[in-house]
Design a protein around this ligand. Structure first.
Ligand code: PLP
Length: 409
């Protein structure tokens, strides 16, 4: 008999979004006249910027002519796009990253899942809790989680709880891990790490020979100039950190698919096998991946022109105004809210000791608004809801108004 990878059996049931859909459906069936409004989903809603659309068209047109047609490209990505990312995202910001340290992907989720494969099967993993579920699940599948405890925590992971007390940015891990996942601006809490907080993690990683896996998917939402948009803004981070990034939120590429991963060349980790991680990731990429779509990479180049960047920044401003609408509306009725100033997520404390699912149900039943229970992102998310600022402004305003007018606190 063929045996399966039994680590899949260890995964916590992934019922968050299916349970939300089920509850919404049941409510709708019982209340056919009610119009449901959504503040739950982390998916972009605004159309692509005109400069990007032109880039994508150009990508298609190139394929339509024999003189400009291209088939397979470099697995690591188009040289011009790697160069532009290194320039626009790093060097323009006085951060030293070269194009051959930038690997183009079809989005941050696949690379976030795949990056752990270059490390030892028994590497110890530290995670923020609550967290984007990919960090947890991919390491459970790789066999690094151990047993799932009654408390919803895997016994072999080192957890870094994100709580009201620490402003949802945890301190360095309580015991030494090999790998440290960090996400800033954070999904789901909307918290953003300061330069000093990141520097503490970089110091810790260098002192304890650990590697940081830094997810910067929401960096374009940072508007305060002093907050770091890349971990490489911390001196020496390039000796201990890999950065995962995406065009999904920056340019509305959630469905288009394009991202990048930075693996600096001078990171050598294993004393017995002193191989560079950049070489290993290159080997992994060329073996498992055949490159991002050539059409989409032309779109990515267009997104990083001054015109594309200005147009995309205007869309992010719109989402940030939505976030402000949510924050102000909920504060006005006495709720405690966090996040949403340099991030598209608002983290709302459930009132009166309600659990995440109880408050979710209350907002659904009283205001007809769908949100996301914080407990779905990990045990320390219990007692909170994640509200998303992705949506058309008038839909967001309508949902917030409904909460303000109808929810009895
Ligand atoms: N990282 C975080 C923290 C996310 O929230 C998401 C998507 O919601 C991703 C990565 C995935 O990005 P991509 O669309 O590039 O796969």
């Amino acid at each position: 008999m063929v045996r399966i990878n039994e680590n899949y059996l260890r995964l916590a049931p992934n019922y968050l979004f299916s349970e939300i859909a089920k509850r919404a459906k049941e409510f709708q069936a019982a209340n056919p006249g009610a119009q449901l409004m959504r503040l739950g989903i982390g998916n972009t809603t605004e159309p692509l910027a005109p400069a990007v659309v032109r880039g994508l068209h150009e990508g298609v047109d190139r394929l339509a002519r024999a003189e400009t047609y291209t088939g397979y490209g470099d697995e690591q990505g188009d040289a011009a796009l790697r160069e532009r990312i290194a320039q626009v995202k790093y060097r323009d910001n006085r951060v030293d990253i070269s194009p051959d340290e930038v690997f183009i992907s079809d989005g941050a989720k696949p690379d976030t899942g795949n990056i752990q494969t270059i490390f030892a099967a028994d590497a110890v993993v530290a995670l923020q809790d609550p967290a984007y579920p990919v960090y947890v699940d991919t390491n459970v599948i790789a066999g690094r989680g151990g047993k799932l405890g009654e408390d919803g925590l895997f016994e072999d992971f080192v957890y870094m709880p994100c709580t009201e007390e620490n402003g949802f940015i945890p301190d360095v891990p309580p015991r030494r891990p090999d790998l440290i996942y960090l996400c800033s601006p954070n999904n789901p809490t909307g918290a953003v790490a300061s330069r000093e907080q990141l520097a503490r993690f970089v110091d810790y990683a260098l002192t304890h020979d650990a590697v940081i896996l830094f997810d910067a998917a929401y960096a374009p939402f940072i508007r305060e100039p002093d907050l770091p948009r890349s971990i490489y803004e911390v001196p020496d981070a390039r000796r201990c950190a890999i950065e995962l990034n995406t065009f999904s939120k920056e340019a509305g590429f959630t469905g288009v698919r394009l991202g990048w991963t930075v693996v600096p060349k001078n990171m050598a980790v294993d004393a017995k096998n002193p191989r560079s991680l950049n070489e290993l990731w290159n080997r992994r990429t060329t073996t498992f991946f055949n490159g991002a779509s050539n059409v989409v990479q032309v779109g990515g180049l267009a997104a990083l022109t001054p015109e594309g960047q200005a147009q995309n920044a205007a869309v992010i401003d719109l989402y940030l105004r939505n976030a402000a609408t949510i924050r102000e509306g909920l504060r006005a009725i006495g709720l405690t809210v966090y996040g949403g100033t340099n991030a598209p997520y608002v983290w709302v404390k459930c009132p009166d000791g309600l659990t995440s699912w109880q408050f979710f149900d209350k907002l659904l039943h009283e205001a007809h608004v769908i949100t996301t229970p914080g407990a779905g992102f990990g045990p320390h998310g219990e007692g909170f809801l994640r509200l998303s600022a992705f949506g058309h402004p008038k839909d967001i305003a309508r949902a917030v108004q409904s909460i303000e007018e109808k929810v009895k606190l």
